[in-house]
Design a protein around this ligand. Structure first.
Ligand SMILES: O=P(O)(O)OC[C@H]1O[C@H](O[C@H]2O[C@H](CO)[C@@H](O)[C@H](O)[C@H]2O)[C@H](O)[C@@H](O)[C@@H]1O
Length: 277
């Protein structure tokens, strides 16, 4: 059996104690890439850790809500995660595109606002811009519909390629009313106005969460960490979990609990499910 780890902060221990005392009020929010799915070189090959879905399916019926909150389009996270049609996950919610789009297992449908016109304009310019910026071989554009992501993980010098594209992509985004979302060797051009913090807060309020756990690994998860702090200030206990990596260190500094990547996240989910009986 997986041992239940002890958070290193008092607020984290309070958050965990609240979850164990009142599981039926608990919301667990989880990022996808780097948290439920191991990081791989090709984003189209990312899949949930093989034990993630069984662990979630064991835990979800014992708590108020499980929400996957991801930068991916929700239908992609559902497909790569293997989340659809799973007994135990009948009420799973996937908040995709940083919360702009939503998939509910109960209906199997996605709700989404209209696309931002700046994405089409940026799409038309992006290949030429990368050429002019001398983007390294291996730089890859991920077409996300509501957004465009430029990946450098497969370049010979991924960090150098990433840094060299920051300014030109920031300029392109600004010209079309978009923002740049930086992540693990990815710079995403996306519409403003939504982030994982807004998504988590809205969902926590909608389900009437009495305590919240959030686990993430990347810079885009920091607003969700802020949301847990906001909830704590409102009297809702919370637990911040960092799915640790050597690529991003910002979350580890803020987390109540650092676990060893998706393997560690799955171990935590399994331990919670076992503890809740
Ligand atoms: O919010 P998330 O679920 O963490 O999604 C963030 C981005 O994740 C994906 O990129 C990351 O994972 C890839 C596959 O492991 C990896 O190759 C890449 O370097 C990472 O940045 C995804 O491709 C993006 O669309 C997401 O926005």
């Amino acid at each position: 059996m997986d041992p239940l780890p002890t958070p290193q902060t008092q607020s984290g221990r309070d958050g965990l104690a609240a979850l164990l005392a009142r599981p039926r009020t608990a919301l667990i929010g989880l990022d996808f890439d780097g948290t439920l799915a191991p990081i791989v070189a090709d984003p189209e090959q990312a899949r949930a850790h093989p034990d993630a879905v069984p662990a979630l399916a064991a835990l979800a019926p014992k708590i108020a809500s499980v929400a996957v909150i991801t930068g991916r389009p929700p239908e992609v996270a559902v497909r790569y995660g293997g989340f659809a049609g799973v007994p135990g996950l009948e009420h799973l919610t996937v908040l995709g595109h940083y919360g702009a789009e939503r998939w509910d297992a109960a209906t199997g449908t996605v709700t989404a606002p209209p696309p931002h016109p700046g994405v089409a304009a940026a799409r038309a310019e992006l290949p030429r811009l990368l050429e002019r910026a001398g983007a390294a071989e291996g730089t890859w554009i991920e077409e996300k519909g509501r957004a465009l992501a430029v990946h450098t993980r497969r370049a010979a010098d991924p960090q150098g390629a990433y840094q060299s594209l920051r300014a030109p992509l920031a300029d392109l985004a600004a010209r079309h009313g978009l923002i740049v979302e930086p992540g693990r060797l990815v710079l995403e051009l996306r519409p403003p106005g939504m982030d994982k913090g807004v998504a988590l807060l809205d969902h926590a309020r909608a389900v009437g969460a009495g305590c919240v756990v959030y686990a993430g690994d990347d810079l885009g998860d920091l607003p969700a960490f802020d949301a847990v702090d906001t909830l704590r200030a409102d009297g809702v206990p919370g637990l911040l979990v960092c799915s640790g990596s050597t690529e991003v260190t910002e979350l580890a500094k803020r987390a109540d609990l650092v676990v060893d990547g998706p393997e560690g996240v799955v171990g935590l989910l399994r331990a919670l499910a076992a503890q809740l009986g």
